[in-house]
Design a protein around this ligand. Structure first.
Ligand code: AOF
Ligand code: ZN
Length: 371
């Protein structure tokens, strides 16, 4: 038997949610712990892959599998239990039917189909509802889902690996490897929780990267998105991996190449800029809208200085994940092409969220204020 205090249960529900963070997309990663009035854990669970059961149903099944009654029990959940019929039935109804007496939820579900209806339905059935404990962690874990529900666009996180003097490659383009293994493995963990990885055609042509998750375990590969204005992605590029969805955004129409790429399993989307003079480039803001419609929650950007610069200049990046190696490179490639500023007041202002030593490198998470 496992006895704990309530704040521990909130934390344990969050740990359950973390188990779902690489597999739940496009659903939020949610965890649930069901406890008896005496503080015994009766069941636990987390969101399964899309179309599968939600956290609450998994926890109820876990309790039943152990022969535990949950009559009058408390359910700790990291998100408001759903009230709608989506791909699965409403968790509220399952909790009520099982006789749960109290629900402690970290956050309301921003999904307009739920948004408070879950809490209302539970209260109407006489279930005590408490909202708030663990809200910060729950939101961070599902920052992409919240972004897509509220803004209709993904949360954009740009990953950069550089030397301490801010260079991502030698002047001749050599970049393998500036950071060390711990940083590279950590980078894969961030890829794994993203719905999709984004890169540009420059990186595809220069590095022929796979941009998949290899250094950590994952139940699914994130989709790959390529900004490829002139449709130059080679058909034999290593990024074509069996079973992974590839979305290519183009500006120039090229029906022959489009057909070839689609025969390789890619989806080609024609999205040229609408303002005069931008017709040759992909409309990046419109691309994010389109990715939101395609249920992309977190978008993990690993691109070169050109695409990085365009995304930053257009204000489309929410957060930077920067790995810094303790070395100077001297002349080399910049993290992002931003061009010269005429005043410091024009700088892209950020706030540091965290700084960690991943020996021998540093990991910095910096966020646009207010996002
Ligand atoms: C919960 N518990 O573990 C999760 C929830 O299509 P469906 O039926 O899978 O529903 C998806 C929606 O359910 C998703 O958009 C979000 O609002 C909510 N996610 N709800 O009660 C869970 N993952
Ligand atoms: Zn649910």
């Amino acid at each position: 038997m496992n006895f704990s205090v309530p704040s521990d249960f909130v934390h344990q529900a969050h740990l359950q949610a973390q188990h779902a963070s690489r597999g739940a997309s496009p659903n939020p990663a949610v965890g649930c712990i069901i406890t008896s009035p005496t503080g015994q854990i009766l069941g636990q669970g987390h969101t399964q892959k899309v179309g599968g059961p939600h956290a609450e149903v998994m926890a109820l099944r876990d309790a039943a599998a152990h022969g535990h009654s949950v009559e009058g029990a408390t359910a700790y959940v990291t998100l408001e239990p759903c009230s709608h019929h989506g791909r699965t039935g409403p968790c509220c109804d399952a909790l009520i039917a099982a006789g749960i007496g109290k629900v402690v939820a970290s956050l309301a579900d921003p999904n307009p189909l739920v948004a408070g209806n879950g809490f209302a339905r539970l209260r109407a059935a006489g279930v005590v509802v408490e909202v708030g404990p663990g809200a910060e962690e729950a939101r961070e874990l599902n920052i992409g889902f919240f972004s897509r529900m509220v803004r209709k666009t993904p949360w954009v996180r740009m990953k950069i690996a550089a030397s301490l003097d801010g260079k991502t490659a030698l002047a001749d383009g050599t970049s393998q490897w500036i950071t060390s293994e711990a940083a590279r493995t950590d980078g894969h963990a961030w890829r794994a929780r993203a719905s999709a990885v984004l890169t540009g055609i420059g990186t595809v042509l220069e590095d022929d990267p796979r941009l998949d998750v290899r250094l950590v375990d994952t139940p699914r590969q994130p989709h790959l998105v390529i900004v490829d204005s002139q449709l130059q992605t080679p058909l034999d590029a290593r990024l074509f991996i069996a079973g992974r969805a590839v979305f290519i955004y183009a500006a120039a129409p090229n029906d022959a190449k489009k057909s070839e790429l689609e025969a390789h399993g890619a989806t080609v989307i024609h999205l040229p800029g609408r303002a005069p003079g931008t017709e040759n480039k992909v409309d990046l803001a419109a691309m994010l809208q389109d990715l939101g419609r395609r249920e992309i929650n977190e978008l993990h950007v690993e691109a070169g200085h050109k695409l990085n610069g365009s995304l930053i200049r257009e204000g489309l990046v929410d957060e930077f994940l920067v790995y810094l190696a303790p070395k100077f490179i001297g002349q080399g490639l910049d993290m992002a092409n931003l061009g010269p500023l005429s005043a410091l007041s024009q700088a892209v202002a950020l706030e540091f969220k965290s700084v960690d030593l991943l020996p021998p490198d540093l990991r910095i998470l910096a966020r646009v204020p207010g996002r």
